[in-house]
Design a protein. Structure first.
Length: 200
């Protein structure tokens, strides 16, 4: 008689599956592996993944939602652990870059493998919404404390765009040995942006 799976069993297996899928998506791309290969990676039967996910797109959505959620959690913890608005801004910056460079596979999946039907995956929609909120919370603090002025939602997206661009260049190996490393480029970007938005 097969063992009845508990909610913990299901959650643990989904976590293992998402870890394996993240590695496969990162190294082989969206079309570079089959569900059978994923099952083999996990040491289970070819049909087992289908007990937890409808198909590979469903798995990709779950993997991306999981990455966005972990990323948001780390940024939110950094935000909560700092005191002043400028310190919160710095803490979020450091948490963002730490995640991007320490877990680059997850970071790339979050942004490089977007899905045109994202609206069909509520967990991914919720994770995306949380990420956007997380990336503007510290800007609201900066505006509310009088450090900068303007629309915090717009400014948050401008800062995010600048940071993401520098991160992508760093991950692609385009920043570094010529003296224009990530820290210098990102630092200058934010210096200029902060000066532009600084309250007059």
């Amino acid at each position: 008689m097969p063992r009845v799976l508990t909610q913990t069993d299901v959650a643990d297996f989904r976590e293992r599956l998402c870890e394996a899928a993240t590695r496969l998506f990162d190294t082989r791309g969206r079309e570079g592996f089959t569900m059978r290969e994923l099952a083999s990676e996990l040491g289970v039967s070819a049909m087992t993944p289908y007990r937890y996910f409808k198909d590979k797109e469903d798995i990709l959505a779950a993997v991306r939602a999981r990455a966005f959620t972990r990323w948001s959690e780390q940024l939110e913890a950094a935000f909560a652990g700092a005191a002043s608005a400028p310190e919160k801004s710095r803490a979020v910056f450091e948490a963002y870059t730490a995640f991007a460079f320490n877990d680059s596979a997850a970071y790339k999946l979050m942004f490089d493998l977007s899905q045109p039907d994202e609206a069909e995956y509520p967990e991914l929609v919720a994770a995306n919404t949380r990420a956007k909120r997380t990336m503007t919370a510290y800007v609201h603090e900066l505006v509310d404390s009088g450090v900068i002025e303007g629309d915090p939602e717009l400014i948050g997206r401008v800062f995010w765009s600048a940071l993401h661009g520098a991160v992508v260049l760093k991950l692609a190996g385009k920043l570094g040995p010529d003296g224009y490393d990530f820290e210098r480029v990102a630092g200058e970007s934010f210096r200029v942006l902060f000066e532009g938005y600084r309250k007059k």
